[in-house]
Design a protein around this ligand. Structure first.
Ligand code: LLP
Length: 415
């Protein structure tokens, strides 16, 4: 559920008309709803309230400081995958002590930054990374909090590009190898074994895969216990899907029900790392129709929003719902592709949509709060767009539109 609804034929973000925002702040424009973000966070807290837990919001899905600050105020921890993301968390008032650090390629510098800032746990993904953590921790004279990311060889049954828990993926460590590594890590003076980590994929629309993963991880946890290694937390990652089209993902309550039942029997905290389910439907991308055109049989709506603003359709052929912010009568005649101005045939926001629109109309791509702005770029020297946070009838600019000169201010023409 979100707070982008139609009233009298016009799309509203909470209490504000999307068309008015587009007029005032320009397009393309990301608009987020604060009430939706809060609602989603509370739904996760509610789902896990039966067991000791920590919700670590996955920063990569939407890393705007205002979003991170809101999450921190609600009590969230964070999941980061780079020094940049950890610096964002700190800049937004988040707590590194509630932050876990994931990713297959952490550098020594990144590990040092995380350790010096008191990271809660480093989720290591290879024996080579464990060596690096030991080396850095020894140099700093401290004990690094660590978990190993287990690759449980479970199919998340989602898009191949966002499946991460199969044994041939680059992620995690197989259980046999991980067991030997835990025995070694447990003896190391510079490591503090904290947890077991796992993340099998994104946009899951059923709880079956995550239960399958839990049924690999929990026996592994018990095996470590038997070997005298006490694990304080199990991190099951993110991955709960959202409705982009006609998917029917479970609610957080339903998604985590079986997990909570299993955890009730363990003396172990549960961490989760939700990204998409927290922010996707809390955001839209508003774009203006610049031209209508027709080539042969094909109709196009050319908008000022493009693949540099929102790359999910082009990159994954992902379907995202597009609506006109002003309701217009429509029929099959209105079937069209919604495309951007970028010089690539894959620059589209939607294909074969029944969508009536006139030049100047504002379209809204729904579900754009996650992996939208955070994956945007300057391709075709297009500026990063403006981002707004709406709270009732209050509107805050949480990122102003980039200035043209800012796109080349790092560049230099040699003498
Ligand atoms: N934890 C780890 C270790 C992850 O790799 C991810 C996402 C998450 C948590 C958050 O997963 P979520 O709850 O958002 O599913 N750009 C793609 C999605 C990539 C997901 C990468 N990892 C997209 O736009 O669909």
């Amino acid at each position: 559920m979100d707070y982008f609804n139609f009233k009298d034929g016009n799309l509203y973000a909470e209490d504000v008309k999307v068309e008015d925002l587009a007029k005032k702040y320009g397009t393309p424009l990301y608009i987020y709803s604060k009430a939706t973000l809060e609602r989603h966070y509370r739904a996760f807290e509610h789902a896990l309230n039966r067991i000791p837990h920590l919700v670590c919001y996955s920063v990569k899905s939407n890393s705007n400081l205002a979003v991170l600050n809101l999450m921190a105020k609600l009590g969230a921890g964070f999941d980061v995958v780079s020094e940049g993301e950890l610096r964002r968390v700190i800049a937004a008032g988040g707590d590194p002590k509630k932050t876990v650090f994931s990713g297959v390629g952490k550098t020594d510098d990144e590990l040092e930054f995380a350790l010096v800032n008191g990271i809660r746990c480093i989720n290591a993904e290879s024996s080579a990374e464990v060596e690096a953590i030991k080396r850095v921790a020894k140099r700093l004279g401290l004990k690094a909090p660590v978990a190993l990311r287990i690759n449980p060889d479970v199919d998340a049954r989602t898009l191949p590009a966002i499946s991460t828990g199969l044994k041939n993926n680059k992620f995690g460590i197989a259980t046999d190898e991980a067991y030997e590594l835990y025995l070694e890590m447990n003896k190391d003076p510079n490591l503090n074994v904290q947890g077991i980590d796992c993340h099998i994929g994104s946009q899951m629309t059923s709880s079956v895969p995550i239960l399958e993963a839990a049924d690999v991880i929990i026996p592994f946890y018990e095996k470590l216990l038997k070997a005298g290694i006490k694990i304080g937390h199990i991190d099951l990652g993110g991955g709960l899907g959202v409705t982009y089209d006609n998917e029917l993902p479970p609610s957080p309550d339903d998604f985590f029900d079986g997990i909570c039942e299993r955890f009730k029997k363990l003396d172990c905290e549960l961490y989760i790392e939700p990204g998409r389910a927290m922010v996707a439907n809390a955001g839209i991308l508003a774009a203006k129709v610049i031209y209508k055109k027709r080539n042969g049989e094909k109709r196009f709506l050319v908008t000022d929003g493009a693949m540099n603003d929102l790359i999910r359709p082009a990159l994954y052929n992902a379907h995202m719902t597009i609506v006109n912010a002003k309701v217009r009568p429509q029929d099959e005649e209105n079937c069209c592709d919604v495309v951007g101005p970028i010089c690539e045939s894959d620059d589209f926001l939607g294909k074969d949509r029944i969508l009536a629109a006139e030049q100047g109309d504002i379209l809204a791509v729904r579900g754009a709060g996650a992996y939208g702005s955070s994956m945007s770029s300057n391709y075709n020297s297009r500026r990063l767009s403006c981002e707004l946070l709406v709270d009732g009838d209050k509107v805050s600019v949480i990122r102003r539109r980039q200035k043209f000169e800012e796109m080349w201010e790092l560049e230099n023409i040699p003498e």
